[in-house]
Every structure is written in structure tokens, then in C-alpha cells.
Design a protein around this ligand. Structure first.
Ligand code: ADP
Length: 178
């Protein structure tokens, strides 16, 4: 069982906007109207049609997720989720970040999405400590895949080497790789 879960999770270093998957996840802000970091990269690559659609959504609370089309992206859909801003760890940040992964996966499942890629939500401008965020990301995805077999592949996309090394190291511990 453990081995099967590990085979459904990939960890790569790269640019999430280049991936041809059913859905990429965007680390958005509550307005859903675009921003910096991965959000900016996704809006630039998807084109102005994406902003036109997100304008109709009326924002998104922290921890929840919304889905749009992918427009000019190779990915068919974008799942926009809003991570918590790190405020020291006593403002429910862990639970809110876990909720981002759960809501995104539930929404993906409801839309028949089988392949999904996540960036390291909240670890950029929102300053969530990388190792703590990575533990949450890996644990939540593992828990979801254990009870669900509709999602075939989850790809964690790390933009830089430090993120990639952290994911690889913690995957050995949390996903119990050989
Ligand atoms: P947040 O506001 O949730 O912290 P950021 O976009 O600032 O979101 O950062 C989240 C993570 O996304 C960071 O690890 C950052 O390095 C990474 N990132 C930035 N651009 C890309 C990209 N094109 N593909 C994948 N990850 C990216």
C-alpha cells in the first residue's frame, strides 16, 4: 500500500505553468485577481481570459479552493486555493494550510481530475516555514490518496533547489520510500 501511494506522487523541480496535467493548483490570494509569485506566472501564461473568469468568482476564503479553465496553459484547469499568511504559528496556520490541500483535492475529484500539480503553497510571499509546510503538504496528500483512487498522480512542483531538497528528504520519512 505504502509503495503504491509513493508511485502516485512525483516531486520535481520546475515551473508549474509548463505542466500538461488535468489541473495545476494556484497559490492565490483571497481576491483571486492575480498577484506575484506563482499566481503571477499562472496568470501570465494562461492569458487575460483567466482573470476574466476569476473576476466572476467573488474571491475565495483562506483554506478553500475554486476551479477555472486553464485557457492558454497546457493544463486543462486551474484550482485556485488561498493559503494562510504565516503569523508565527498560533493563528491556525497549520490547519488552514492542510485545508488548502484537502479542498483542492476534493474539488479535483468532483471534476474528474486525475492528474494534479501543486506548488509549495504559502512558502513564498506568505512566509510559511518551508519544512513545516512540506510536512503538511505530504501528509495531507498521502492521507487523501489512501482513501481515494480517482486521482492517479499528484506532482509537487518545487521552484528552487532548497524546496526540492526539502520535499525529497521529507518524502523519505513521510511517504516511507524504499
Ligand atoms: P504564497 O503567497 O502562497 O507564499 P508564492 O507564489 O509567493 O505564494 O510562493 C509559493 C511557492 O511557489 C514558492 O515556493 C515559490 O518559490 C513558488 N513558485 C513561484 N513561481 C513558481 C512557478 N512558476 N512554478 C512553481 N512554483 C513557483
Amino acid at each position: 500500500m505504502k509503495k503504491e501511494i509513493r508511485n502516485r506522487i512525483d516531486i520535481i523541480q520546475g515551473d508549474i505553468t509548463k505542466l500538461q496535467v488535468d489541473a495545476i493548483v494556484n497559490a492565490a490570494n483571497r481576491s483571486l485577481l492575480g498577484g506575484g509569485g506563482v499566481d503571477g506566472a499562472i496568470h501570465r501564461a494562461a492569458g487575460p481570459e483567466l482573470l476574466a473568469e476569476t473576476r466572476t468568482l467573488g474571491g475565495c476564503p483562506t483554506g478553500e479552493a475554486r476551479i477555472t479553465k486553464g485557457y492558454r496553459l497546457p493544463a486543462k484547469h486551474v484550482i485556485h486555493t488561498v493559503g494562510p499568511v504565516w503569523r508565527g504559528g498560533h493563528r491556525n496556520e497549520d490547519e488552514l494550510l492542510a485545508r488548502c490541500y484537502r479542498s483542492s483535492l476534493e474539488l479535483a475529484k468532483a471534476h474528474g481530475i486525475r492528474t494534479i500539480a501543486f506548488p509549495a503553497i504559502s512558502t513564498g510571499a506568505y512566509r510559511f516555514p518551508l519544512e513545516r509546510a512540506t510536512r503538511i503538504a505530504l501528509s495531507e496528500v498521502k492521507r487523501f490518496l489512501e482513501k481515494d483512487d480517482s486521482i492517479e498522480k499528484v506532482i509537487f512542483v518545487c521552484y528552487d533547489r532548497r524546496c526540492y531538497d526539502t520535499y525529497r528528504r521529507l518524502a523519505l520519512e513521510i511517504l516511507d520510500t524504499p
